[in-house]
Design a protein around this ligand. Structure first.
Ligand code: WAQ
Ligand code: MG
Length: 267
């Protein structure tokens, strides 16, 4: 018999302000432990959450078994200015127009939601014009229904830890980027955290995989977010958003780890 899968989502907020969120996929036997872990995460996020909403939904459609997570490379940079300069270079290589890259960097730096706030989800950015395509600029698009297969979780987390990547943020971002890179019409993703002291971020694209950048923002900065660069000629927006929100995707192993490289801009 086919395995029954469930989508688990958590969202913590305080006075309407988004504090943290998580999305997982599990079997019926995983539901209580995964939910408990999500609640612990919400309570650990520093601020006291007024509301923690956990949603468990049976997945009725197909589950895509996508195989390996994206290949991973770490670029070592000394500071956020250098990191953003590298991000420009990597995104240009992904086919994103410089004007679109500049706008996305500016939105992420200033806080991409109205009033300079952090969004709950991701911006969709037209990879040519830099126009914002998401229908709600405060919420954005929340990528959900992706995870490492429960049977492969321990091996994947150990492989990451063996490369010095033991922070839960790295594993979660790798899985999210992995799903994003399987989506139709997405050229690349740019992300850094809104957690004030988590400075690393990444650029991901289908050819080069997950390219970590050790600094994309300065310490103490509470702004961050995600930009998905989209070619609107290659996909209908509704098709893309439905895929990102609804299509279940599981990964069962890590990709290739490339050696860490130091990057300095040309003088
Ligand atoms: N779907 C879409 N956007 C999301 C999602 C999601 N499921 N989760 C978070 N975001 C957006 C939202 O705007 C957040 O404000 C922003 O991304 C940052 O979320 O390899 O931890 O959870 O070590 O703070 C990068 C890892 C970590 C680098 C990113 O993001 C590395 C991170 P956070
Ligand atoms: Mg997160």
């Amino acid at each position: 018999m086919e395995q029954t899968w469930y989508s688990l989502r958590m969202r913590a907020s305080d006075a309407g302000r988004h504090l943290s969120g998580a999305e997982r996929i599990g079997r019926v036997d995983d539901l209580s432990s995964v939910t408990a872990g999500m609640v612990e995460r919400a309570l650990a996020c520093g601020a006291s959450a007024e509301q923690i909403v956990c949603t468990v939904e049976r997945i009725d459609g197909a589950v895509v078994h996508a195989g390996a997570l994206p290949n991973l490379k770490t670029w070592d940079v000394p500071d956020a200015d250098t990191g953003r300069c590298l991000a420009r270079t990597l995104l240009a290589r992904s086919g994103v127009a410089p004007a679109a890259v500049d706008k996305a960097l500016q939105w992420l730096a200033e806080g991409p939601a109205p009033g300079g706030q952090v969004m709950r989800g991701a911006m969709l950015v037209d990879a040519r014009s830099g126009r914002r395509l998401e229908s709600d600029p405060a919420r954005g698009v929340r990528v959900s229904r992706m995870d490492v297969h429960p049977g492969a979780r321990t091996a994947v987390l150990s492989a990451l830890a063996a490369h010095g990547l033991s922070h839960h943020r790295t594993a979660e971002a790798l899985v999210l980027a992995g799903k994003v890179l399987t989506a139709p019409g997405v050229l690349a993703e740019l992300c850094w955290s809104d957690a004030p002291d988590y400075l690393a971020g990444y650029v991901a694209d289908p050819t080069h995989g997950y390219q970590r950048i050790t600094h994309l923002k300065a310490p103490g900065d509470p702004r961050g977010g995600r930009a998905l660069f989209v070619d609107p000629d290659r996909v209908a927006l509704v098709t893309l958003v439905t895929y990102l929100e609804q299509q279940a995707v599981l990964f069962d192993r890590v990709g290739t780890f490339h050696p860490v490289e130091t990057w300095r801009p040309e003088p």
